[in-house]
Design a protein around this ligand. Structure first.
Ligand code: CP
Ligand code: NVA
Length: 303
């Protein structure tokens, strides 16, 4: 396995399978109340430039359950916020802890940490990707459908970081993704090109109805990601026909399931009736962040 996990494509198909298999085992061990403290003595530093609920809690609890420890570091309280160079922070931190998880505005910030840290670096969300989310999403899909092969996934809304990781993940899972976004809000061109070049299956469309037609899984996310707040008014107008609601769900297979990485904005990208309805898998998806990341941490930090 590579030193760092910055993109969902930093792991191979085989590594993904192993991580998800181990995640399933860790989930069972936890339910049975069994201790599995294989990361005793290991420390994970978690640097956050942006808010977080799930990523913060699941990484901290995950390290704890594995017998290690996690340090929450608000980037605003660190010297990097006052101008200390990333390369210096990365090298100093590498002398203290066994791994770094970073949530940053710019993907290049996390890449720079990874370049200079001698310890593993994990992307806890950037403007380009959210690979840890995809581990949990794929785990949830596998649990529900048994396999990911040839499943049809519809993404409805903003072509954002989570969408980018979903598109790249099709290379590993064999899923087909149809992405419906308004003009100007398509996923990053470099991501779509990369996916196409290495066997990913992604189609871009405009209409949500077209994307969800016969889909097995419908995925959405906020219209206003962290960092996009200045565009709130414009985005609320542009995305108004992109709500995943009961009417849209009627275009999908009756057995289709819905994912949302959370936090959700009911009445915007997802209707309450869908969030709370029988087709929603969002709580299993949120739970699986913990199990999938524990499996990732074991692979990356256990020596
Ligand atoms: N899905 C996710 O990453 O949630 P948080 O922003 O709460 O960490
Ligand atoms: N796309 C969202 C995901 C939050 C987990 C954001 O970047 O804010």
């Amino acid at each position: 396995m590579k030193k760092d996990f910055l993109s969902i494509l930093d792991i191979s198909k085989g590594e993904l399978e192993q991580i998800l298999c181990e995640a399933g085992q860790l989930k069972t061990l936890k339910k049975e109340g069994k201790v599995h403290d294989v990361l005793r003595g290991k420390n994970l530093a978690m640097i956050f430039e942006k808010s977080s609920t799930r990523t913060h809690i699941s990484f901290e609890v995950g390290m704890n359950e594995l017998g290690g420890h996690a340090l929450f570091l608000n980037a605003r309280d660190m010297q990097i916020w006052r101008g200390e160079e990333i390369r210096d922070t990365a090298r100093a931190a590498s002398r203290y802890v066994s791994g770094l998880m970073i949530r940053a505005y710019k993907h290049s910030t996390i890449e720079e940490f990874a370049r200079h840290a001698t310890i593993p670096v994990i992307n806890g969300l950037s403007d380009l990707e959210h690979p840890c989310q995809l581990l949990a999403d794929i785990m949830t899909i596998q649990e529900h459908f048994g396999s990911t092969r040839e499943l049809r996934v519809a993404w409805v809304g903003d072509g954002n970081n989570v969408c980018n990781s979903l598109i790249l993940s099709t290379v590993l899972t064999g899923m087909n993704v149809t992405v419906a976004t308004p003009r100007g809000y398509e996923p990053a061109e470099e991501i779509v090109k990369k996916a196409h070049a290495i066997g990913g299956k992604v189609t871009l469309v405009r209409k949500p109805e077209q994307a969800v037609k016969d889909a097995d899984i419908i995925v959405t996310d906020t219209w206003i990601s962290m960092g996009d707040d200045a565009e709130r008014e414009e985005r609320m107008r542009v995305f108004r026909d992109y709500t995943v609601d009961a009417t849209l769900m009627r275009h999908a297979s009756p057995d289709a399931r819905v994912l949302h990485c959370l936090p959700a904005h009911r009445g915007q990208e997802i209707a309450d009736e869908v969030m709370e309805g029988g087709q929603s898998l969002v709580w299993d998806e949120a739970e699986n962040r913990l199990h999938a990341q524990k499996a990732l941490l074991v692979r990356m930090l256990k020596k």
